[in-house]
Design a protein around this ligand. Structure first.
Ligand SMILES: Nc1nc2c([nH]c(=O)n2[C@@H]2O[C@H](COP(=O)(O)OP(=O)(O)OP(=O)(O)O)[C@@H](O)[C@H]2O)c(=O)[nH]1
Ligand SMILES: [Mg+2]
Length: 315
């Protein structure tokens, strides 16, 4: 869904409170509420006249006794329960004062993305857990004419924590690309990192890669999601983001955010347009174009899940 939030729905400010070690907080709903005993992210309904951010701060004070100091807008989900039609406005909360403690009879549990060990969770939240397991940085390969030399940089990046990689080597001959992709995949798998192939669904399936990064042409032409665990979309505008959501993509790239040396003078979105395009989206979105890893917080302030890096991923 895009643009303005429908007004006939209950708006809920929801917090993904994340510690430096990557774990995040879930709470079980106290007795007496709908879905009592189900696990949820802390948060609650936005009150009349209140901003969503103010509701977030108030709810986390009421439910957990903490003072939020850093929260960035993340995903939005629309879900219809028998008791309510909710718009869930998720934030990533990475700064707060105080130690979260259960002030309303909840049980609290810190969880690891991709390895949630409490159940049941509120039904609206399942796709959110998948999004949370996506890393903050997405590295796009730049081997060019030196696929062998690139492997050292790849290994270094994996050692430094890179966990999501797109193979994008437009000028590589097909046979070289397949050998290169198999090598990248083997090295990535040794670090539990995931690998997507730019545009080539058949190659991704043949070598057992984790997914594919669809280009805008494919987005327009495909009638259904390719059969791969991860399907991402390269988007530049509202129509492409709508299409990516309709196709059931797991995440999108949105570009170009800032000027890049490779496209001097080309028009860019800038952070303002980027934020407007991200607002209200269910898809996690990586910012791409002219960014480095130090831009992660800026990207998140404007609604991104993370940053996608070309040369910046391999330094
Ligand atoms: N807090 C929270 N609410 C969620 C999540 N997922 C989800 O579907 N919801 C729905 O959002 C709605 C509002 O949440 P809430 O019950 O926490 O509201 P609240 O804190 O203001 O409680 P109150 O109504 O007792 O004052 C509920 O219908 C709940 O089912 C989630 O992860 N966290
Ligand atoms: Mg609540």
């Amino acid at each position: 869904m895009n643009g303005a939030i429908p007004i006939d729905r209950t708006q809920v400010a929801v917090a993904v409170i994340t510690r430096a070690d990557g774990t995040f907080l879930l709470a079980s709903r106290p007795p007496g509420k709908p879905y009592a005993g189900y696990w949820e992210f802390p948060g609650g309904k936005v009150e009349p006249g209140e901003t969503v951010h103010a509701a977030l701060v108030r709810e986390l004070h009421e439910e957990l006794g903490i003072e939020v100091t850093h929260a960035t807008p993340w995903l939005t989900r629309y879900f219809d329960y028998p008791h309510a039609h909710v718009t869930l406005l998720f934030f990533l909360v990475s700064g707060w004062h105080g130690e979260p403690h259960a002030k309303e009879g909840q049980t609290l549990a810190w969880q690891t993305p991709g390895a949630i060990n409490v159940a049941p969770v509120l039904p609206a939240n399942h796709p959110v857990f998948a999004a949370l397991a996506l890393p903050a940085v997405y590295g796009i390969t730049q081997a060019g004419s030196d696929p062998t030399g690139f492997m050292t940089r790849l290994d270094n990046a994996l050692e430094s924590g890179l966990r999501l990689i797109q193979i994008r080597e437009k000028s590589m001959p097909a046979a070289t690309l397949e050998t290169f992709a198999r090598d990248v995949l083997a090295r990535a798998q040794a670090h539990q990192a995931q690998v997507l192939l730019n545009a080539d669904v058949a190659l991704a399936q043949r070598i057992g890669a984790h997914g594919v990064q669809l280009n805008a042409t494919q987005l327009g032409e495909l009638s259904r999601r390719p059969d791969l665990p991860l399907v991402a979309a390269s988007c530049h505008n509202v129509a492409e983001l709508d299409r990516a959501e309709a196709l059931g993509c797991d995440f999108a790239l949105l570009s170009p955010v800032l000027p890049t040396p490779s496209h001097p003078g080309a028009p860019v979105l800038g952070w303002g347009n980027f934020a407007a395009l991200c607002a209200g989206r269910t898809l996690p979105i990586y910012a791409l174009g002219g960014l480095s890893s130090t831009d992660l917080d800026s990207a998140r302030q404007h609604g991104a899940h993370g940053v996608a890096l070309l040369r910046g991923a391999w330094q």
